[in-house]
Design a protein around this ligand. Structure first.
Ligand code: FES
Length: 104
């Protein structure tokens, strides 16, 4: 399966993804600029991404802890998600997201 990740320079990367992995882990594996400081524990919000509109109804809904953590992210939009909380499954083959900017 593949996921498509657009970086801050608007370049889209096609990444080979693995079912059962967190989206954040795939993005990190390809050395794209994602901090993911807490390593996927839903405790930092530095794995923030914007999900393409076409995919919003296909990704699993947010749990409360993700929602709370997102509140502390920078430039949150309606399609904001924490990529460590998106576990990839076959329905997400072709998922498109854009990396969010993190304040330094
Ligand atoms: S990696 Fe920290 S919240 Fe996702």
């Amino acid at each position: 399966m593949k996921v498509y990740v657009t970086d801050l320079e608007k370049t889209q990367h096609e990444l080979e993804a693995v079912e059962g992995w967190r989206l954040m882990e795939i993005i990190r594996e390809y050395n794209l600029p994602i901090k993911a400081e807490c390593g996927g524990a839903c405790a930092c919000a530095t794995c923030h991404v914007y999900v393409d509109d076409d995919w919003m109804d296909k990704i699993p809904e947010m749990r409360e802890d993700e929602e709370e953590m997102l509140d502390s992210a920078f430039d949150v939009q309606d399609n904001s998600r924490l990529s460590c909380q998106i576990i990839l499954n076959e329905n997400l083959d072709g998922l498109c997201v854009t990396l969010a900017k993190n304040p330094d």
